[in-house]
Design a protein around this ligand. Structure first.
Ligand SMILES: *[C@@H]1O[C@H](CO)[C@@H](O)[C@H](O)[C@H]1NC(C)=O
Ligand SMILES: *[C@@H]1O[C@H](CO)[C@@H](O)[C@H](O)[C@H]1NC(C)=O
Ligand SMILES: *[C@@H]1O[C@H](CO)[C@@H](O)[C@H](O)[C@H]1NC(C)=O
Ligand SMILES: *[C@@H]1O[C@H](CO)[C@@H](O)[C@H](O)[C@H]1NC(C)=O
Ligand SMILES: *[C@@H]1O[C@H](CO)[C@@H](O)[C@H](O)[C@H]1NC(C)=O
Ligand SMILES: *[C@@H]1O[C@H](CO)[C@@H](O)[C@H](O)[C@H]1NC(C)=O
Ligand SMILES: *[C@@H]1O[C@H](CO)[C@@H](O)[C@H](O)[C@H]1NC(C)=O
Ligand SMILES: *[C@@H]1O[C@H](CO)[C@@H](O)[C@H](O)[C@H]1NC(C)=O
Ligand SMILES: [Cu+2]
Length: 554
């Protein structure tokens, strides 16, 4: 080979190193869309006119630039759920926590780099209840040339589970705020926007998953519902779970997936059954006997080459209160913890926190019964400020928040026993302050107040390890002994079991203000929220980047 050609050849070989990290540009046009589908005629807000919205594709280490242009009448923000946003808190998205919302007619550029994560996440609006229709998938592929740590699938399919109200979702929220009562339950669950049968609504085609015999599919499953934890099941087929919340897990086989709102999972499906149609069921889980939201979304898996009008092969539909089925799934999740993907569980703890999560009742003069349902962490129902917390922190604006969020509840009681006589809460805008790179353990303790329920808690800015889980009251002597500090699952959203507790650990290596809240939107609305303020480190590379010039003002 001639020297010049050889040089070119060598350059071509090394080229992938140069093009490995890309900058990916997206335009998100937020606007009001009219629909006569989905059993109602209404206008609702979407991104680029799509429901669910567009998929954001990136590889690990890519920078993502999304220009969000607000053509709707409502204030908008977008949250990149599960993306760690290292030093880029300005791009995290929760309204009045990291940014003021984008007003109608304006735009804002989200700019972040994806590091140390690969798998499926979701993006969604993070203001009021807009995320009901403003959401979509985030697909993070491994770096170029790095394979999946599981058999390569032939095809990938995104499956987004949602909830649909026939009426306007903001009206449902407003009605609940006015009355003090729980908001109306949704009218349907959806699979990629298809509801399947809805009572009192002429049947519309459900979602169809087309498969070919012998092929292997990677299903990227996302629970984008507002208030419902969901079971997902495909008749006649097993699924092999390989990832949760964009972290690899030790593969395990199961027939029913269980996801809380905000949780995502990747599972392999092999099309190894006879030709035909198989039922896909998406149905809610509620182990507290308060509501009976039992509308199942039905879809079908269909083999290519199946003759016309085959019989659909059924599946047993999980019961509303089938707690053991949820535990089958949750207790199988373990970090992959391989050489390439080690589980870096903090083994020593700088901040040991104990947070109760509850529902309460506060006086409300204008409400129907003179009181309203509220929700709290350590007896504080969080009040959203009118200036974003991150802005107040960065520019040192006084009077927006205080940093005295308590590390334990004010009153010690039998959390999962009889409820205390006084079920009122305090209100406040408080953060818990953490030194840069300190390690944190939080015991999230459910209580029996008013409505003991499973609360899926979501933390922004970090992944955490779920080191322990149990029923009843957490016992520091006994329960810490059974913690898994070797290969606990790493994720961003975890269910605090009904009348039980969960233990999480993380390293506060991301400076900024990071929201933690229940991902049941109804409880977030009622105040089940707080924020961590993580100080900057000594090195300039350990501080928040300056705010972008187009950061919305309020
Ligand atoms: C949607 O419907 C409303 C009320 O019927 C109408 O005013 C509006 O122009 C429609 N918008 C679009 C984008 O069609
Ligand atoms: C994104 O952020 C990086 C790092 O701060 C900066 O260099 C770049 O100019 C930004 N890009 C856009 C389009 O704002
Ligand atoms: C909520 O449900 C009640 C009872 O079905 C109904 O009267 C009311 O109009 C609903 N509210 C909204 C905003 O859809
Ligand atoms: C859903 O629950 C309601 C109220 O408990 C019950 O009347 C109805 O039969 C249930 N529907 C299904 C499909 O299970
Ligand atoms: C707390 O209440 C539960 C349920 O009533 C009871 O079983 C348990 O023994 C109580 N625990 C303590 C420490 O009193
Ligand atoms: C919560 O705070 C309220 C108001 O200060 C108080 O009355 C109540 O006893 C507290 N409850 C608990 C469980 O700490
Ligand atoms: C955080 O602390 C750990 C353990 O001491 C250390 O290994 C790591 O380098 C620190 N990270 C930073 C960014 O300082
Ligand atoms: C939109 O946000 C601005 C700034 O926070 C606020 O003043 C305004 O009331 C909001 N508008 C609506 C309709 O919520
Ligand atoms: Cu909750």
């Amino acid at each position: 080979m001639q020297p010049r050609l050889l040089a070119l050849f060598l350059m071509a070989l090394s080229l992938p190193a140069f093009v490995q990290c890309l900058v990916r540009h997206y335009n998100f046009r937020v606007a009001t869309t009219n629909t006569t589908k989905l059993c109602s005629t209404k206008s609702f807000v979407t991104v680029n006119g799509q429901f669910p919205g567009p998929t954001l594709y990136a590889r690990e280490d890519d920078t993502v630039i999304v220009r969000v242009i607000n053509h709707a009448k409502e204030n908008v923000t977008i949250h990149w759920h599960g993306i760690k946003q290292f030093r880029t808190g300005w791009s995290d998205g929760p309204a009045y926590i990291t940014q003021c919302p984008i007003p109608p007619g304006q735009s804002y550029v989200y700019n972040f780099t994806i590091r140390g994560q690969r798998g499926t996440l979701l993006w969604h609006a993070h203001v009021k209840w807009l995320r009901a229709t403003v959401h979509g998938a985030i697909v993070i592929l491994p770096k170029r040339g790095i394979p999946y740590p599981f058999p390569k699938p032939d095809k990938e399919k995104i499956i987004i589970l949602g909830e649909w109200w026939k009426s306007d979702v903001e009206a449902v929220l407003q009605e609940s705020i006015m009355t003090g009562f729980p908001p109306n339950l949704s009218d349907a669950h959806t699979i990629n926007g298809h509801p399947g049968p809805i009572p009192g609504c002429s049947s519309q085609g459900g979602y169809t998953l087309h498969v070919e015999t012998g092929k292997k599919y990677l299903l990227r499953i996302i629970n984008a519902a507002m208030n419902d934890e969901l079971f997902f099941k495909i008749g006649g087929h097993k699924l092999i779970v390989v990832e949760a919340d964009a972290s690899y897990v030790k593969p395990f086989e199961i027939d029913t997936i269980f996801l809380s709102p905000g949780q995502t999972t990747n599972a392999l499906l092999t099309a190894n059954q006879d030709f035909g149609k198989y039922l896909i069921a998406v149905t809610p889980f509620m182990d507290a006997p308060i509501f009976f939201d039992n509308v199942t979304a039905i879809g079908t898996l269909r083999y290519k080459g199946t003759p016309a009008y085959p019989r659909t092969i059924p599946t047993t539909i999980p019961h509303l209160n089938e707690t053991p089925l949820t535990n089958n799934f949750i207790d199988s999740l373990r970090s992959l913890n391989s050489n390439d993907y080690p589980a870096q569980v903090p083994l020593t703890i700088d901040h040991s926190l104990f947070f109760t999560v509850s529902v309460g009742l506060n006086p409300c003069g204008t409400c129907v019964n003179g009181n309203k349902l509220v929700s709290d962490i350590n007896n504080i129902s969080f009040v959203l400020p009118t200036i974003a917390l991150l802005q107040a922190h960065y520019f040192n604006i006084k009077g927006v928040f205080t940093d005295d969020f308590p590390s334990s509840p004010p009153i010690v009681f039998n959390y999962t026993g009889t409820q205390p006589v006084n079920i009122q809460t305090n209100t406040g805008t408080k953060v818990y302050r953490l030194a840069f790179n300190s390690t944190v353990q939080v015991i999230l303790q459910g209580t029996a107040m008013i409505a003991p329920e499973n609360h899926p808690l979501h933390l922004h800015g970090f992944n955490f390890f779920v080191v322990g889980k149990g029923l009843g009251n957490f016992d520091p002597e006994k329960d810490t002994k059974s913690f898994n500090l070797v290969d606990p699952v790493e994720r961003n959203t975890v269910g605090v079991p009904n009348a039980g507790w969960i233990a999480i650990r993380f390293r506060a290596d991301n400076p900024g203000v990071w929201f933690m809240h229940c991902h049941l939107e109804v409880h977030t609305t009622w105040g089940l929220q707080m924020a961590f303020l993580v100080d900057k480190g000594k090195d300039p590379s350990q501080s928040l980047l300056p705010p972008p010039y187009d950061l919305p003002k309020c």
